[in-house]
Every structure is written in C-alpha cells, then in structure tokens.
Design a binder for this molecule. Structure first.
Ligand code: CAA
Length: 258
C-alpha cells in the first residue's frame, strides 16, 4: 500500500518503515501517525514479516509532534480526540519485535516514538530530548513515564525540565539505547539484527518480548511468576522440542512457528 508520509520496504522477513517528511524533519503529523499505524497493522498481519525496523533520515528520526499542526488546538480538540497517545500507542502495542534505528534528532514525540519500540539502535549522531517544556507544554506520548523508566528520575527530570538533549554516547551510558552504530551503517545493521530475530521461532520471540515488557508493568514477584508461566508454556510448543533436539543433534533448528 503506498503511503503519503512513510516508505515501507520488505527486506527478507523484515518490514523497514522509513519516516519520510524530510522538509519537516519527520515531524509526526496526524497523517504520519495514521500511516505508521496502518503500516504496523499490515506488518503485524503479514506472516512473511517477523520483525519491524522504524527509521528516519540521517538528520532526523523525528523532531517531535507537528508543532504547526497542533499549535491552534483547543483543550476540547485534544481531549475529545485523546490526542496524542491513543493513536501513537499502536507501535507500543505491536506484538512483533520493533527496533528503532535512530539517527539525528529524536526529540519530543520522536524520542517517545523511539521509546515505544522494543529497543533503540542509535547512529553516532543521534540526539535525544524532550524539549516540550521550551514550547509551553509537556511530553504527551509517554515521555515523562518511559524516559524515567529508561534513564532514572534524575536524568529524566533534568531533560524534561530543561529540554536539554542527550547525545548518543550519553544515551548509551544511561541505558536509553542498546548500542551505537556509525550512522552510515545504522539501517543495514538494524535490518540485520531484525532479520536475526525474525529467523527465530516467532511465538517464542513474542513470549520473550511479552515477558521483558512485563518488567515495566508489575512487581518483581509477579513478573518472575509471569515469566515462569510463559517459560512453562514454551514446553507446549513444537519449537521448544525442535530447538532443544537441534542443539543435541548439533544442527540448525528448523522452526515451525508453532
Ligand atoms: N513540528 C513541525 N515542524 C517542525 C518540527 C516540529 N516538531 N521540527 C522541525 N520542523 C520544521 C521547521 O519548522 C522547519 O520548517 P520550515 O523550513 O518550513 O521553516 C524544518 O522542519 C527544518 O527545521 P529547522 O529549520 O528548525 O532545522 P534546524 O536544523 O535549524 O533545527 C531542530 C532542528 C533543533 C530539531 C529544530 O527544528 C527544533 O527545535 N524542532 C522542534 C523540536 C521540538 O520542540 N519537538 C517537540 C515537539 S512537541 C511534542 O513532540 C509533544 C509530544 O510529546 C508528542
């Protein structure tokens, strides 16, 4: 399906979604968020897709929600539409793995979108920030909540109160990104990592993702119990039998995704 504000390519089992509003530094307009949601729906429904990569340009992953579009909104406009989170959460709710490949600016909603993905690979020129405070508002797509969980209160508070950006090195030290890649290699590396995940057992990958995500939603005791129950349920799958048999027989597993 052609989209107005994103480009979707399939590289083997990976759906690569490129945000494509270069003149606005990929500002997340309503159209872009709608296109992105539709692309995630399509990738999730497509059995040929095992993982998704979301990226932007070398200059900007996304410079935030579209300020020009929202500047005139009234309280009733945003309240009735449940702006901004409702539509944006589509990425966070995706059950297939989603990697953010972030080069350049990931500011405001751009940083929030990256944090909705399962993990972030950063180009060495990446800059992360929540500058909403400098334009008279606060993060509205999870920034105060997810950033705090990623980097802790002190750094999250400083960033949300001052609007200061973090560069890639600081973001890696703080645990916001899984690792840094030279910007010219970023997308290929992200696709390579996504491909590696996509070639594993799909249901087992989904269970691992669900279990890690649970760590953000519950107590340690409940999380560990949840993990154990999912671990037990892997023993009801053909892929657990295949994976362990293949190990014992010193061969590659032939995943059935069952
Ligand atoms: N919304 C709309 N347009 C944007 C935009 C945004 N968030 N960010 C950049 N643009 C536009 C600029 O207006 C400019 O358009 P024109 O050429 O038509 O003037 C174009 O993109 C290029 O931007 P700059 O000329 O500003 O580029 P720069 O290299 O000088 O600066 C920047 C880059 C530091 C990222 C700067 O553009 C900037 O500060 N952008 C805004 C960042 C921001 O405040 N983001 C938070 C938005 S609010 C939000 O996201 C709420 C939420 O929680 C969901």
């Amino acid at each position: 399906m052609p989209y107005e504000t994103i480009i979707v390519e399939h590289r083997g089992p990976v759906a690569l979604i490129t945000l494509n509003r270069p003149k606005a530094l990929n500002a997340l307009s309503d159209q872009l968020v709608t296109d992105l949601g539709n692309a995630v729906d399509a990738a999730e429904a497509d059995d040929n897709v095992g993982a998704i990569v979301i990226t932007g340009s070398e200059k900007a992953f996304a410079a935030g929600a579209d300020i020009k579009e929202m500047a005139g909104f009234s309280y009733m406009d945003v309240y009735k539409a449940n702006f901004i989170t409702a539509k944006w959460e589509r990425v966070a709710k995706c059950r297939k793995p989603v990697i953010a490949a972030v080069a350049g600016y990931a500011l405001g909603g751009g940083c929030e979108l990256a944090m909705m993905c399962d993990f972030i690979l950063a180009g060495d020129n990446a800059k992360f920030g929540q500058p909403e405070i400098t334009i008279g508002t606060i993060p509205g797509a999870g920034g105060t909540q997810r950033l705090t969980r990623f980097v802790g209160k002190s750094k999250a508070m400083e960033m949300c109160l001052t609007g200061r950006n973090m560069d890639a090195a600081e973001a890696e030290r703080a645990g916001l990104v899984s690792r840094i890649v030279p910007v010219a290699e970023l997308v290929d590396e992200a696709v390579k990592v996504a491909e590696r995940i996509a070639k594993l057992s799909r249901p087992i990958v989904m269970m691992a993702k669900e279990s890690v995500n649970k760590a953000y939603e519950t107590t340690l005791t409940e999380g560990v119990t949840f993990e154990r129950r999912l671990f037990h349920s892997t023993f009801a799958t053909e892929d657990q039998k295949e994976g362990m048999a293949a190990f014992a027989e010193k061969r590659q597993p032939d995943w059935k995704n069952r």
